[in-house]
Design a protein around this ligand. Structure first.
Ligand code: FAD
Length: 443
């Protein structure tokens, strides 16, 4: 049995490693267009900001370890075409420019996603995305230059906001431009984004919401960014406008995709074409609450569904129960997390839901370090089953969201959350934890 995997990061290498462990006799070939494998992009904003210095720390497992395990890892090889009728792929060697073909019995597509770029009339030296290792190295070098002070970040999603953390650590002057009228608008409801925006403003980040860039002005370097509302001086521009799945090389196949190009997969990672699997940022993942095929490009889902695909490629029947798109972010001194569905999502699906937003505390008032916690629960109006939760605060917010993720998975009601036996000691919680309180008031 010959299995070919395209893409050697979270989804691809999770599958390859799992498959080789369970089926050492299978031939496992991985094609990767760069020479960087098993790379955790999640560390990039902190590498750029100088929270750590060795970029290799973002490599989860060395190339040599995969090769020693028997995986035939081929780097600088870009797959440019797939013929699923004849089970043949076409590859371009990016070093020699040679084009050749290979065959497979089973195929996994784990090609991830690329940054969405604005249309530019020329390349600019001081413009970068933050998606891969090369971006990280370039951006770190640029942002550390003393003459670079005004940082303009275009896009107010996760990567844009995390870039603020990096720029702030280096005491830069930051402008954030977002097309939507809220930051992180696709992720959190307004109660939470209001708090996060306040935190940014408090720290002198200039937020431009409901604005779109109309022009980048400059020759080799951008000097000014013109939006529909103002002009901003720029020494460095970071593009963080979201990502799109890397699936255009599949144009000659009948693999079903969403309108954004994400490959539709079932809970086993199977695509609509026999013997072709996919996972990670190039594919959908099943939403545990709504059962929809959603696009949630997160490392968590890529690793988990990647491993499930590895098992299925190796004839172990496994399925992924579904994702809550649980995600979290540090916004300067604040932290915030979301799991399950937001109120906006519940509304858009016309669900019979209720939502409750409360303010409480992470711990007792007499022990040093008490901070406010802001919790929002979304739940079924009739059954009170919890559908989603969002938490923000200055301390202990994110880990509490994991309790809500567990509650949603177990289909717990708000009443059960209210009585859940959570632990308590004065430095960590109150006798009725903030989550118990949120559950109890969500009637
Ligand atoms: C700055 C940043 C911060 C992030 N922070 C978080 C976080 O905190 N939490 C979280 O859960 N997620 C985070 N993510 C998302 C996370 O990194 C991704 O979800 C994860 O990397 C997806 O893994 P993947 O294997 O699907 O795809 P990728 O990591 O994109 O890897 C795909 C690989 O396929 C290769 N490839 C593409 N096309 C071809 C081709 N045609 N032929 C051969 N090879 C090809 C690419 O070169 C690449 O190496 C972050 C992402 C970024 C960029």
């Amino acid at each position: 049995m010959k299995v070919v995997i395209i893409g050697a990061v979270a989804a691809g290498m999770s599958a390859a490693a799992k498959l080789k462990r369970i089926k050492p006799n299978f031939e496992v070939v991985v094609y990767e267009k760069t020479d960087i494998v098993s790379f955790g992009a999640c560390g990039l904003p902190y590498y750029v900001g100088g929270f750590f210095d060795n970029s290799n720390m973002m490599i989860a497992r060395e190339k040599s370890k995969f090769i020693e395990s028997g995986i035939d890892l081929k780097t600088f090889k870009e797959v440019i075409d797939v013929d699923t009728d004849n089970k043949i792929i076409t590859i371009k060697d990016l070093l020699t420019k040679e084009v050749f073909t290979d065959n497979y019995d089973r195929l996994m597509i784990a090609t991830g996603a690329s940054s969405i770029m604005p249309s530019l009339d020329k390349p600019y030296e001081n413009l970068s995305t933050l998606k891969d290792m090369n971006d990280g190295i370039k951006l770190r070098e640029l942002i550390n230059k003393e003459e670079i002070n005004n940082i303009v970040i275009v896009g107010s999603g996760f990567i844009g906001i995390e870039t603020i953390e990096a720029a702030k650590k280096l005491n830069k002057n930051i402008h954030l431009i977002g097309r939507s009228n809220r930051i992180l608008s696709k992720v959190f409801d307004k109660e939470i984004t209001d708090l996060l925006e306040e935190e940014l403003r408090k720290n002198n980040v200039h937020i431009h919401l409901g604005e779109t860039v109309q022009e980048y002005v400059g020759n080799n370097k951008i000097e000014k960014v013109i939006t529909n509302k103002c002009e901003i001086n720029a020494d460095l521009v970071v593009i963080a406008m979201g990502v799109k799945p890397n699936t255009s090389f599949l144009k000659n196949t009948n693999i079903e995709m969403l309108s954004n190009g994400a490959i539709i997969v079932d809970e086993c990672g199977r695509t609509s074409v026999k013997d072709v699997y996919s996972a990670g940022d190039c594919a959908t993942i099943k939403n545990l609450v709504t059962n929809e095929n959603m696009y949630a490009p997160l490392a968590t889902g890529a690793n988990k569904l990647g491993r499930i695909v590895g098992e299925n490629l190796g004839d172990i029947n496994s399925s992924f129960p579904g994702s809550l798109a649980s995600s979290c972010i540090k916004v300067l001194d604040m932290e915030a997390a979301v799991t399950g569905i937001t109120e906006e999502k519940a509304k858009s699906l016309n669900l019979d839901y209720k939502a409750k937003f409360i303010t409480n505390y992470n711990q007792t008032h007499y022990y040093p370090g008490r901070e406010k916690l802001f919790i929002k629960l979304v739940y079924d109006a009739k059954t009170k089953v919890i559908l989603g939760g969002q938490i923000a605060g200055y301390k202990d917010a994110v880990q509490r969201a994991n309790v809500i993720a567990t509650a949603i998975t177990a289909k717990m009601t708000t009443e059960q959350l209210g009585m859940l036996d959570l632990c308590y000691a004065p430095p960590f919680a109150t006798t009725w934890d903030a989550l118990n309180v949120a559950g109890n008031v969500s009637k």
